[in-house]
Design a protein around this ligand. Structure first.
Ligand code: NAD
Length: 385
């Protein structure tokens, strides 16, 4: 008979799990955003000052922006002794995909970049997201300086550290938080941006005003001619105000963990339906155009819920018309397009248990968050008049 069976087994004492406290010095999350004419010519100095150990730099850009502004960026970096490799991808949302990301990372390797080197993102939001994610992943992460060239990227995409590519199942599904070393915003780069893309950026600026500052919202509407006339003395401070409003929100909730109605979730205003409309349009609508329609839908939902008056939709609609943004929401909520929007909403990555967090405003500057089912959301948004 074995010893084991003859001795009555005493209950085995489980050893206490060992908890080892690994202390990581707090990650520095602050970075400068510099807004001003000709800041691209200071790119080399900024990188030298903030990350002097780099010797090689990849300037990631797209084939619209690079021929226009690539040389200025490269000249500034070379003047500081950096070895520069341009990595140029086709312009457009289609470049925000895994295959392009892997190809970009391969090009960084071929260029001889190492752990101490850095990436510069020179382009619109697509490049900011793609280059930022490549920097986040390359050798477990190297710094990125964001040099946004579209208005949308200047006031929104470049600030906040979110970087991502799209998957077949939806936008921005593969991503990370990778805060930039610095953001350099030169409003004069908007000289080469077409008016439709300019308006797309204005939608995100109006969003910042609608959420946090009625005064900023009104200043933007009043500045319509200055924007389309590229009056940089008017444009630069308005860009800085929008960046400041977004940065304050991001600073309250850098990792988007707060659902309390105060955090980053608010920045989704107009985006829940906006992303679905953008995808249903096969990206024929610019991001900001879709977001404008999403904000209109939100005004309708807020009215149907008794949170906002009918005047809110009118205020938004007038502002969008003035800033050359679409207002034809109904064509996206009915028929085949409506069905496509509903399908896209069903895949929203921010959905939990069939419910979506949906941002509304009661009036300009007064946001709050509702929890709604996709069907309810669409039914409320469809209800007009
Ligand atoms: N990370 C974030 O927090 C965040 C926030 C908002 C949007 N985004 C992302 O940003 C993307 C949209 O950004 P976008 O609207 O800038 O798109 P984009 O990068 O595709 O740029 C729009 C077009 O303008 C061109 N362009 C950009 N700057 C130019 C310039 N100065 N002169 C001439 N042409 C220029 C581009 O080549 C492109 O053809 C989306 O993928 C969206 O998901 C990310």
């Amino acid at each position: 008979m074995s010893e084991r069976s003859s001795i009555p087994s005493a209950p085995r004492k489980r050893p206490k799990p060992l908890a080892i406290d690994v202390r990581v010095p707090a990650q520095a999350l602050s970075y400068p955003v510099v807004v001003g004419c000709c800041v691209l010519s200071r790119l080399g100095e900024e990188l030298r000052q903030r990350h002097g150990s780099a010797s090689r730099v990849a300037v990631i850009s797209d084939d619209h922006v690079f021929p226009l502004h690539g040389e200025a960026a490269i000249r500034s970096l070379e003047a500081q002794g950096f070895a520069v490799t341009p990595v140029v991808v086709p312009a457009g949302e289609a470049s925000k995909q895994v295959a392009v990301l892997v190809d970009v990372v391969d090009q960084l390797l071929k260029a001889g970049l190492g752990r101490r080197d850095a990436v510069v993102a020179l382009g619109g939001g697509v490049i900011g997201d793609l280059a930022g994610l490549a920097a986040a992943l390359f050798m477990r992460g190297i710094p990125v300086i964001q040099c946004p060239t579209s208005l949308l990227a200047q006031v929104d995409a470049s600030v906040g550290g979110k970087v991502a590519v799209d998957l077949a199942a939806g936008k921005n599904l593969l991503g990370a938080f990778h805060f930039p070393l610095a953001v350099l915003i030169d409003p004069e780069l908007l000289a080469t941006l077409d008016d439709r893309q300019l308006a797309s950026g204005l939608a995100e600026m109006l969003k910042h005003g609608a959420l946090f500052s009625a005064e900023h919202f009104q200043h933007l509407v009043d500045a319509a001619d200055a924007f389309f006339g590229r009056d940089y003395d008017v444009i630069a401070p308005l860009i800085a105000t929008s960046v400041g409003l977004k940065a304050a929100c991001v600073g309250r909730d850098p990792w988007e963990q707060s659902d309390a109605g105060k955090g980053r979730v608010l920045l989704n205003f107009g985006h829940t339906l906006g992303h679905a409309i953008e995808a249903a349009s096969n990206y024929e609508l610019a991001h900001g155009e879709a977001v404008a329609l999403g904000m209109l839908a939100s005004a309708r939902v807020a009215r149907a819920k008794g949170i906002a008056g009918a005047d809110l939709e009118v205020t938004l609609r007038d502002a969008f018309a003035r800033l050359r943004l679409p207002t034809d929401l109904d064509v996206w909520l009915s028929g085949e397009r409506g069905a496509a929007v509903e399908r896209m909403l069903g895949q929203d990555k921010k959905r939990s248990g069939g419910q979506l967090s949906f941002v509304v405003i009661a009036r300009l500057g007064e946001p709050s968050v509702l929890s709604l089912h996709v069907r309810e959301l669409l039914a409320l948004a469809r209800r007009s008049g």
